[in-house]
Design a protein around this ligand. Structure first.
Ligand SMILES: *[C@@H]1O[C@H](CO)[C@@H](O)[C@H](O)[C@H]1NC(C)=O
Ligand SMILES: *[C@@H]1O[C@H](CO)[C@@H](O)[C@H](O)[C@H]1NC(C)=O
Ligand SMILES: *[C@@H]1O[C@H](CO)[C@@H](O)[C@H](O)[C@H]1NC(C)=O
Length: 196
């Protein structure tokens, strides 16, 4: 359907398109409002959705730069990609630290694979979203979310085992949930603009 060369092109493009610095003195009330309204809408749809996490994550990046839902969806997916990538290095450090038992080492190996897949699914999801393949983006983001619980569940299969990646799994799961919700909001806003 689409090609990997497209990913790298669109992904490069994103780095120019999107702000990568957080500090801006001019606070744009429109985007603060958009972040708050969007996070509120999403929180009302799901019991596990963390409103404060949503506002904090999106506001840090989007203030004064983003004025629409599409931009917010891309920001959420980029944050998720940044988190997945940095978690891969966290896991690699854990694996070489020599402080984990063989059971935990197996779990960490599974998790590093899951996170590598998650990172590549996130790149694909951003590309799909930009091409308005919203169903594909939706499926990919659900799979990313699923990967975090698979990673977490691995450790809990053995009683008394510490789960060293709980925060990482939680953060990526929330960021995926934010992305999913915004993708669905974009779809419904396009449907309602078509019918009016
Ligand atoms: C947005 O939400 C944050 C946190 O809930 C709050 O501090 C801020 O005043 C809100 N801003 C607007 C414009 O509603
Ligand atoms: C991971 O997500 C958190 C929460 O939104 C954010 O504060 C942080 O900057 C992200 N980390 C990376 C490396 O992208
Ligand atoms: C998780 O997200 C929180 C809130 O943005 C952030 O403070 C924390 O550093 C993140 N932790 C990891 C391990 O990404």
């Amino acid at each position: 359907m689409w090609h990997s060369s497209f990913f790298s092109i669109s992904f490069c493009f994103l780095f120019f398109l999107l702000p990568h610095e957080n500090n801006s003195s001019s606070v744009n009330a429109v985007s603060v409002d958009l972040v708050n309204t969007t996070c509120k809408q999403c929180a009302s749809k799901s019991a596990i959705f963390n409103y404060d996490f949503c506002v904090t994550s999106l506001q840090a990046v989007s203030i004064s730069h983003v004025t629409n839902l599409q931009g917010l969806a891309i920001i959420a997916m980029e944050l998720a990609l940044g988190n997945a990538t940095s978690t891969i290095s966290t896991i690699e450090k854990m694996m070489t630290s020599g402080t984990f038992d063989p059971f935990a080492m197996d779990c960490l190996r599974d998790c590093v694979d899951l996170y590598a897949d998650a990172a590549s699914m996130l790149v694909s999801s951003i590309a799909a979203f930009l091409q308005e393949y919203f169903d594909a983006a939706n499926v990919l983001m659900s799979a990313v979310m699923e990967a975090t619980s698979t990673c977490e569940d691995g450790f809990t299969e053995k009683e008394g085992e510490v789960t060293p990646l709980t925060t990482e799994n939680y953060n990526l799961s929330e960021l995926s949930g934010i992305s999913l919700c915004i993708i669905n909001l974009v779809v419904s806003s396009e449907l309602s603009s078509m019918s009016s």
